[in-house]
Design a protein around this ligand. Structure first.
Ligand code: RNT
Ligand code: ZN
Length: 418
């Protein structure tokens, strides 16, 4: 059977339970999913030669890491060939590209330092998202930035945030697509703090100063990412969940939930509905925490599907800014990106093929047996046939084809990076 024939058969199966596969695919291809640039080079960037700091860690040393802007762009191009649907590119400030002999510190970054990225994105019809980088820098040596007791340090990072807001506006203007600017700081303490309030008060005031720079809220969506702990900051994190939700709610910005940033039995899929009831827009970092905030490659697993279902069945596709955030250096990095991006789009497809109205009706009527049986039945529906057809119609390899592409790229390109 051809991919098309498999699809025709699968479509009928889904029709029987009341879902329209053609319509699902139409919606699916236009959902923007933001691909993080930092999977390609283990979160290093181009503006420093020090280590990755901030209490996050990339583990593994698989050969082929992108070391230059050109290599990273080549790798992203390769991934784009393997990933179906509308993709945005998510950059960090540390990926500024300087001309020969030029350098600007984080507080002096300007649109011109991202001009090559804008050219790259525009040529591919991609939108850009952005993140100030409050780590991997000498002014963040002790993992204190916007909450630092040292005013000099705080002011430096406030200027960085303000500079990034301008760059985010430039991205939106140039690409014609809104830019999410997500703020995450590593700040916290390893051991039991003597004062939990003052750092949070300083963080609040610093954020207010960053946001005092005028920006167009139609074009730039600012979000604030929470976290429960970091490596070396196990006892206290300034930007906790309560802090960020309250800050975002009171200042009219978006909360960002990274599903690696909660206690291991908490799930972001259960938080989305509550957030949607009180916020205009929410943002996500989809990742895969394994026992801790380990940022494993996103898979087509239960929680990933559940997150996608919450977005789709609450009609929140245009209110949720979806981005991925993981970094695995233990396997081929192109494959890591590809699996993560494909997995999240698969999860969106799975959600779109779920007869959500029928399931909700059963819940309301108390038919929990039918509900459980149907949810289980869906797991073995001919989902793969719809997915392969979607890939083929987007001009990218099907599920069994893409690994060969990656192997070829590894042989031709990555293996030469010694
Ligand atoms: C860290 C946060 C943050 C980073 C990226 C690189 O725990 O998840 O989003 O992963 O900014
Ligand atoms: Zn994150």
């Amino acid at each position: 059977m051809t991919v098309k024939e498999r699809y025709a058969w699968a479509k009928e199966m889904y029709q029987k339970i009341g879902t329209d596969a053609d319509r699902a695919l139409e919606i699916l291809k236009d959902i923007p999913v933001s691909m993080h640039c930092w999977q390609g080079d283990d979160v290093i960037g181009f503006d420093h030669d020090g280590p990755l700091t901030g209490g996050i860690q990339t583990t593994g040393n698989y050969p082929g890491r992108a070391r230059t802007p050109k290599e990273l762009m080549d790798d992203i191009d390769e991934v784009l060939k393997l990933v179906p649907g509308k993709t945005k590119l998510n950059l960090h400030a540390s990926y500024a590209i300087f001309r020969e002999g030029e350098y600007a510190d984080r507080d002096a970054l300007a649109p011109e330092h991202f001009e090559p990225w804008v050219r790259f994105a525009k040529a591919r019809g991609m939108g850009l998202d952005f993140n100030p980088t409050f780590f991997s820098h000498k002014m963040a040596a002790d993992n204190l930035t916007l909450s630092s007791p040292d005013k000099n340090v705080r002011d430096f990072w406030i200027r960085h945030g303000q500079a990034c807001l301008k760059i985010a506006g430039y991205f939106a203007d140039e690409t014609g697509q809104p830019c999410l600017m997500n703020i995450w700081i590593p700040d916290g303490y390893k051991d039991i703090p003597a004062d939990r309030m003052a750092p949070r008060a300083r963080f609040r005031d610093a954020l207010d100063q960053i946001l005092s720079v005028p920006y167009d809220r139609e074009k730039v969506v600012v979000s604030l990412e929470s976290k429960v702990f970091g490596i070396g900051m196990e006892s206290y994190t300034v930007g906790s969940s309560e802090f960020t939700i309250n800050y975002a709610a009171s200042r009219g910005i978006a909360p960002l939930m990274d599903n690696g940033h909660y206690h291991p039995t908490e799930v972001v899929s259960d938080k989305i509905s509550s957030m949607l009831l009180f916020f205009d827009k929410i943002a996500l970092h989809v990742t895969r925490p394994v026992r801790w905030d380990s940022d494993h490659v996103v898979l087509f697993d239960d929680e990933t599907r559940e997150i996608a279902k919450e977005i789709v069945r609450n009609q929140a596709l245009d209110r949720t800014m979806i981005g991925l955030d993981f970094f695995d250096a233990g396997i081929n990095r192109i494959a890591a990106w590809t699996v993560g991006m494909r997995s999240f789009r698969k999860a969106l497809l799975y959600a779109l093929l779920t007869p959500n109205a029928q399931l909700a009706e059963w819940q309301d009527e108390g038919h929990f047996t039918e509900l459980m049986a149907a949810q289980e039945a869906l797991k073995t529906y001919p989902f793969g046939d719809v997915w392969d057809y979607f890939c083929q119609s987007c001009g990218v390899p099907t599920e069994t084809q893409w690994p060969d592409e990656v192997k070829k790229y590894e042989k031709d390109v990555l293996s030469a990076r010694k």
